[in-house]
Design a protein around this ligand. Structure first.
Ligand code: F6P
Length: 571
């Protein structure tokens, strides 16, 4: 395979830019009030357009010198070289020796891309065509279950990237879902999950999609077996199928499809490979919502909207690939994250969508960012030379305002936060009556909602001084409690509406931000070895939990005592 450029990561901490950033940080006295007063064009200068996203970076704790040094850092770590290597299909996933080509999943059909002698675009389009044909069949009612009934509920069984992307996008694009179709998502091996999600379902109108890149994930295969068992039992109980080998095979054929890169394992499970949709090892699980892993979404919103979703990803890919770095939003946001993590002692990063439909977006981003950049060694196996991945977290505004914003406003930690909003809501409602005070009769509720979006970033940036508090007549002994320091960094992202395209743009934006950070830190953002040990131990421990005394005795004292306690408590 083609060689990997810059095979050895550049140690960012040895660059000139790192030295400059260290100095700049030492001397920086953040003063957003002063900076905006001295430079009225700051907001305009530091706002950028990326596809449909308007991104305002001006409330970040950076001066022009800091930004210049961050861009110099990007240059010294050879960011663009590695970006281009990714788009070209070079094996930048070094520890797994794989190409990283999620960007090929959304590449236009007319743009071939040959990797390892294979036209990847053609492969992607073939598989997409299969997914779309299946989606049309389900949507039109042509796909029927054992009794000839059309599908009304799809249950996606998957975990991690085979769940978080589809569920996040399904919730985000709920207004686009075809009437009469519902998708549910089962992920956890906690039996409660599958039990609750199937409890009220009619098996004759239910279709399961087993989504697993490897088709070897304990949780997913266990849930798939439980679902298959539930299907058989309830179809037989309803008199819909005979309790025979053929009856069972027919039920699986008509009520189960799969998405995987391991089609042999799909077949072994009993699902006809004809009813399986594939993808490739060059798509990481957390980068796979735009592959066949999004089949449940494609059925729900239809091929046209799914194609629009892919188009949004591609628009952001093009921005990332071609825009000069000083206006390149994923590059700038990734570098800002490096600034906060490595020079301003930030440990976490909040993502706060002011869009209820994006309520699963922070959870989705947690896998994307933390499974990608939570690493302590670099892609050549040597230890990292600086802190790496920060903790990503968040909840939709305004809910978070009434929960954890206290700490963001007045706590001792620096928490950079991304605020995301859309101008046009899916459900425009007016408050006909108002409250007789601040909320006028006929008020646009989305306007009220977004007033919070604007107010929060303003409060975080500019705060409230002791003199301003005093001027409100506050008693002196309460003044300090009511002071807001300000200078708390935020980025504001505003889109016209939460369309499939805009959602694709948002996801691709964060994919590329994650990539930029990984390149600076010299880590392989596309492997996930850190999830392996726990998985292996769970399998080793399972016999002890089930009652095997020798397995119990082999555990460390704490684990053995906990398991013994569990066994004592378990009825
Ligand atoms: O355990 C982590 C992980 O490998 C993720 O990277 C992946 O998204 C998830 O498990 C599910 O894997 P699969 O799609 O192979 O079932």
């Amino acid at each position: 395979m083609t060689s990997v450029p810059a095979r050895l990561p550049v140690d960012a901490t040895t660059t000139n830019a790192w030295g400059s950033l260290t100095e700049l940080s030492k001397n920086l006295r953040p003063d957003l009030r002063g900076w905006f007063a001295a430079d009225p064009a700051r907001a305009e200068r530091l706002s950028h357009q990326a596809a449909d996203l308007h991104v305002d970076l001006s409330k970040n704790l950076v001066t022009d010198d800091v930004l210049a040094a961050l861009l110099a850092l990007a240059d010294e770590v050879k960011l663009t070289e590695r970006r281009d290597a990714m788009f070209a299909g070079e094996h930048i996933n070094v520890t797994e020796d794989r190409a990283v080509l999620h960007t090929a999943l959304r590449r236009p059909a007319e743009e071939p891309l040959t990797v390892d002698g294979q036209d990847i675009t053609a492969d992607v389009q073939d598989e997409l065509a299969k997914v779309y044909a299946f989606a049309e069949k389900v949507r039109s009612g042509e796909w029927t279950g054992v009794t000839g009934e059309p599908v009304r509920t799809i249950v996606n069984i998957g975990i991690g990237g085979s769940d978080l992307g589809p569920v996040m996008a399904y919730e985000a694009l709920e207004p686009y879902v075809q009437d009469g179709l519902e998708v549910r998502f089962v992920s956890n091996i906690d039996p409660t999950d599958v039990a609750q999600k199937t409890a009220d379902l009619d098996p004759t109108t239910t279709l399961f999609i087993v989504a697993s890149k490897t088709f070897g994930t304990l949780e997913t295969l266990t849930n798939a077996r439980l679902a298959r068992d539930w299907l058989w039992r309830s179809l037989v109980a309803a008199g819909a199928v005979e309790d025979s080998e053929e009856g069972r095979a027919d039920a699986v054929a008509k009520h189960f499809v799969a998405v995987s890169t391991a089609l042999d394992k799909v077949e072994a499970f009993g699902i006809d490979p004809e009813n399986a949709f594939g993808f490739w090892d060059w798509v990481g699980g957390r980068y796979s919502v735009d592959s066949a892993i999004g089949t449940s979404l494609a059925v729900a919103i239809g091929p046209d909207a799914f194609a629009e979703f892919l188009g949004g990803f591609h628009a952001m890919d093009e921005h990332f690939r071609t825009e000069p770095l000083e206006r390149n939003v994923p590059v700038l946001m990734g570098l800002l994250n490096v600034w906060y993590v490595n020079f301003r002692d930030a440990h976490t990063h909040a993502v706060l969508p002011y869009a209820q439909q994006l309520h699963r977006f922070p959870a989705y981003l947690q896998q994307l960012t933390m499974e990608s950049n939570g690493k302590s060694v670099r892609w050549d196996g040597t230890p990292v030379t600086s802190d790496t991945g920060e903790v990503f977290w968040g909840e939709p505004g305004t809910n978070g305002q009434h929960a954890f914003y206290q700490l963001i406003h007045q706590g001792t930690r620096t928490i950079p936060a991304d605020f995301i909003a859309v101008a046009n809501p899916a459900y425009p409602l007016t408050d006909a009556v108002g409250d007789g005070g601040a909320v006028e009769a006929g008020a646009d509720v989305h306007g009220l909602f977004l007033a919070n979006f604007f107010a929060q970033t303003k409060a975080l940036a500019f705060g409230k001084t002791a003199d301003e508090v005093r001027a409100e007549g506050v008693a002196e002994d309460l003044v300090s409690a009511k002071v807001f320091s300000g200078n708390r960094p935020t980025t504001s992202i505003l889109a016209p509406a939460l369309t499939p395209s805009v959602l694709g743009q948002l996801v691709a934006l964060y994919e590329h931000i994650t990539f930029v950070q990984g390149v600076v830190w010299g880590i392989d953002s596309f492997d996930q070895w850190g999830v392996e040990l726990g998985k292996k131990l769970a399998l080793e421990i399972a016999p002890a939990v089930a009652g095997d005394e020798a397995a119990l005795a082999a555990q460390d004292p704490s684990t053995a005592a906990l398991i013994a306690k569990y066994r004592e408590l378990r009825a």
